[in-house]
Design a protein around this ligand. Structure first.
Ligand code: AMP
Length: 364
């Protein structure tokens, strides 16, 4: 069976690495010639809007999926006329616009931060009278890893913030005073069978994920599963999904969801019975899904802009290194390492070591 993936970055690479043992073959469509998944399958190089290339891609793939959520919905629509595409178009459309996404969650009874639509500086000034400080102004579309976001601390910040987003349609939302940031990842198959991963506890800096670690028996697990199940059902979802949440006391508040495999689930490769990547493939093919229980403690550290030497990392015998075969560039995720162990004490030490090593090589 041939799986087509739009995008050939590290997520596509990890999907292909998970699919090879299952006998799957891959075709990627990505405009960048030196894409890091390219040597794991056939690579069609060209623009995502090239109809002839899309037609060839759809003809060669048995099932199509994507590794990033900024794929234009029209492209998914076009491909789906001839070949099944998962996750479904609706999930992509909802997640691409922060306002639509928040409204969708609200309508399902899933809590979000207070928010308002902003199309002008006057809108922003008006909205801030009810949202209150601090708050965050975010572009509605094409924002990721904290890009297209400005923190608002006082009324004097508004004009500069509006300049910074360059008149793009925005959402302004209240700053959530969270105790923790967590995410829940789930996979749902074509037949509707759903599995949930243990909550991941995530640390971000400058809006970028740095560290994600599994939780064992988190008190908020049931609440998160209920939320994501509501979302999966409403979207008639197929594939792996990630829901990013803020934990405030014993309440979860949705930040956003990603209709794809997610950086906060990379620890599932070594830390779970079945990884998020393998379950995504099993879900879209409609094969039975694998168990999602954790195998001990697991934490993933991202390496951004630079990576410590392999020798140094691999001298930690419970650390597993994933180099993405991407050129180092400031602010670019180029590798991650996962620590996996059965001892909590050892876990804490390994996280501290990885964090320190990442700081030394970080160039973000
Ligand atoms: P996002 O691009 O929306 O995922 O935001 C990136 C990061 O910025 C989040 O993971 C949080 O650390 C922070 N952030 C975003 N929105 C809020 C908010 N409303 N309240 C507090 N922190 C936020």
């Amino acid at each position: 069976m041939i799986i087509g993936i739009l995008g050939a970055g590290q997520l596509a690479r990890m999907l292909a690495l998970a699919g090879k043992p299952l006998g799957l073959k891959f075709i990627f469509l990505d405009p960048t010639p030196e894409s890091c998944a390219a040597d794991l399958g056939k690579h069609l190089i060209g623009d995502y809007t090239d109809k002839a290339l899309l037609t060839q891609f759809a003809a060669e793939a048995d099932i199509i999926t994507y590794e990033f959520e900024n794929v234009p919905v029209e492209i998914i629509h076009f491909l789906a006329e001839s070949t099944p595409v998962y996750p479904p178009e609706k999930a992509l459309a909802v997640s691409q616009d922060r306002i639509t996404e928040k409204q969708f969650c609200r309508n399902l009874g899933i809590p979000t931060a207070a928010f308002a639509t902003v199309s002008s500086l006057a809108d922003l000034e008006q909205a801030m009278t009810s949202i209150g400080y601090p708050a965050i102004l975010k572009t509605r579309r094409f924002g990721y890893d904290g890009k297209g976001q400005v923190v608002l601390r006082k009324a004097q910040d508004l004009a500069d913030a509006w300049d910074a987003v360059q008149n793009a349609p925005c959402v302004v939302e209240s700053f959530v005073p969270f105790d923790r940031e967590v995410s829940i990842i789930a996979s749902r198959s074509v037949s509707g069978h759903t599995v949930y991963y243990p909550l991941s506890e995530n640390t971000h800096e400058k809006g970028i994920l740095r560290l994600a670690k599994n939780t064992l028996r988190d008190p908020l697990q049931a609440q998160a599963e209920q939320m994501i199940n509501t979302l999966l059902t409403a979207l008639d979802y197929v594939g792996t999904i990630a829901l990013e949440l803020f934990a405030v006391d014993d309440q979860l508040i949705v930040n956003e969801f990603a209709p794809r495999v997610h950086n906060s689930g990379h620890w599932t490769i070594e830390g779970s019975e079945t990884s998020q990547f393998e379950n995504h493939l099993r879900a879209i093919i409609d094969w039975p899904l694998g168990a999602t229980n954790s195998i001990g403690y697991a934490a993933m550290q991202n390496f951004i802009g630079g990576v410590p030497s392999s020798n140094k990392l691999l001298s930690l015998s419970q650390v597993h290194l994933h180099l993405y075969d991407k050129a180092a560039r400031k602010g670019r995720k180029i590798a991650h390492a996962t620590a996996r162990t059965d001892s909590l004490e050892n876990f804490t030490d390994l996280i501290a070591l990885l964090t320190e090593l990442a700081k030394q090589s970080d160039d973000s």
